[in-house]
Design a protein around this ligand. Structure first.
Ligand code: DGY
Length: 422
């Protein structure tokens, strides 16, 4: 185990740049990604607290004036990544993308702070991080839920983090691809195209991105007229959990918490409206096309992470989750394997992702200890067998995508070492 722990640390340190960490050390993702950095910070917290807080601080240095924390920060302007900084053409102190990603910072910060005794001299610095995260959450409240419904929207599939999930097939099919679209993908030159999203998906991603840029990333306008507007259970579950953790931090540091507290109450009841009692599973809602989205994505089970008070729903969801593919040798597949959309090798359309397993494990811990331990064990074993890769084949555990993948290393560390703190 010690050997693997050291290897995981080496992956993180190997990918580390000045104050932030790349998702992988090859050319695939040569920038800082929002939710990757959150997971990475947690990994560092097991052996280098300074790096953990620095990772979060650097990400927050890229925060926009209105509060948005971008999904990518382009610290290095000379890369072949597409879409790069000039194509996005935005950013505050650091060039960035014009969209966000699952807001996991509050969750990670709380976990990190639980491990340490905060010295008086550090209180001010930590308070300032909490204030920035609060501003980020306020941005989501104001611009992604302007009607104060209790649920926030994503305006681009990239905002979910699970870019080409079958969840987005229907809303993306409804999009008219821009005429004479010209761009050059870099990703499928580096990784086998069979493991990456299709060109048609990229045409749509780029069409939506161009539309956002044409609207100058004006969040008010875009909620109304974006080509894509979806209430995703996964994203909202993470946000609900993040709001709960933020609330606890705000209280601890004597900061104003009423808005966040009220929003939690609202979200908790509203998210239950996405529960299909008959199928005993959660569905997503396409606001743009006024349609439910029912694809059996593992991210629908992030609801367990949100820690709903409703015990019956939690119980039923766990029962449904057991039928996803936990009888298989390798799980969880990103899409239920018997689904017509399932593709064993293609990015978010079938493979196992370590961050999904980690999120679900966290959600199961206090609801079904035995199942939680099985998830933990299987996830650790998969990484031990196949290495610190980006994603894995559900059938045989084969690794795909980037190697030396930071969040795989980080979450592996957390799964192995968390016991120490429990
Ligand atoms: C990519 O480039 O594949 C990223 O997932 C986009 O954020």
């Amino acid at each position: 185990m010690l050997n693997e722990i050291n290897q995981a640390k080496k992956v993180l340190l190997g990918n580390r740049k000045k104050g932030y960490t790349l998702p992988t050390n090859n050319k695939l993702y040569p920038a800082q990604w929002n939710w990757d950095s959150g997971f990475i910070a947690l990994g560092y917290s097991h052996f280098n607290l300074k790096f953990a807080l620095e990772e979060i601080n650097t990400l927050l240095r890229g925060q926009w004036n209105d509060g948005m924390v971008p999904h990518i920060l382009f610290h290095d302007l000379n890369t072949n990544y597409y879409p790069n900084h000039s194509v996005w053409n935005c950013g505050n102190k650091i060039r960035s993308s014009g969209i966000t990603q699952p807001p996991i910072l509050a969750i990670m910060l709380r976990k990190i702070l639980e491990k340490i005794i905060i010295k008086n001299k550090d209180k001010f610095k930590i308070k300032s991080i909490i204030k920035k995260i609060t501003k980020y959450h306020q941005w989501l409240l104001k611009y992604r839920d302007p009607k104060n419904s209790g649920l926030v929207s994503i305006l681009h599939p990239w905002e979910s983090g699970y870019d080409n999930s079958p969840l987005w097939d229907k809303p993306l099919n409804a999009i008219k691809i821009e005429k004479n679209l010209k761009y050059k993908r870099g990703d499928n030159k580096i990784i086998n195209p069979d493991f990456r999203p299709l060109d048609i998906d990229y045409d749509r991603y780029v069409t939506i991105k161009n539309h956002l840029r044409k609207n100058k990333y004006d969040p008010k306008k875009l909620y109304q007229n974006s080509m894509f507007n979806v209430v995703d259970v996964g994203f909202n579950s993470i946000f609900l959990k993040a709001n709960k953790d933020l609330l606890s931090l705000l209280k601890k540091f004597n900061l104003e918490y009423k808005d966040i507290q009220n929003y939690i109450v609202k979200s908790e009841t509203q998210i239950e409206k996405l529960y299909d009692k008959r199928k005993k599973s959660f569905v997503n809602y396409d606001i743009k096309n006024k349609k439910k989205i029912t694809a059996p994505s593992i991210t629908n089970y992030f609801i367990l992470f949100a820690d709903l008070k409703n015990k019956l729903i939690n119980k039923e969801i766990i029962k449904t989750l057991r039928k996803h593919n936990s009888k298989d040798k390798f799980f969880f597949s990103s899409i239920k394997p018997n689904n017509i959309k399932y593709e064993e090798k293609r990015y978010w359309r079938g493979p196992v992702w370590i961050n999904c397993n980690w999120i679900i494990y966290q959600g199961l811990k206090d609801k079904d200890k035995k199942f939680a331990n099985l998830v933990r064990r299987k996830t650790i074993d998969l990484v031990k067998k196949s290495g610190f890769y980006e994603y894995f084949d559900t059938n045989n555990g084969n690794p795909y995508g980037a190697k030396n993948f930071s969040w795989t290393a980080s979450l592996f560390l957390d799964l192995i070492l968390e016991k120490k703190y429990n």
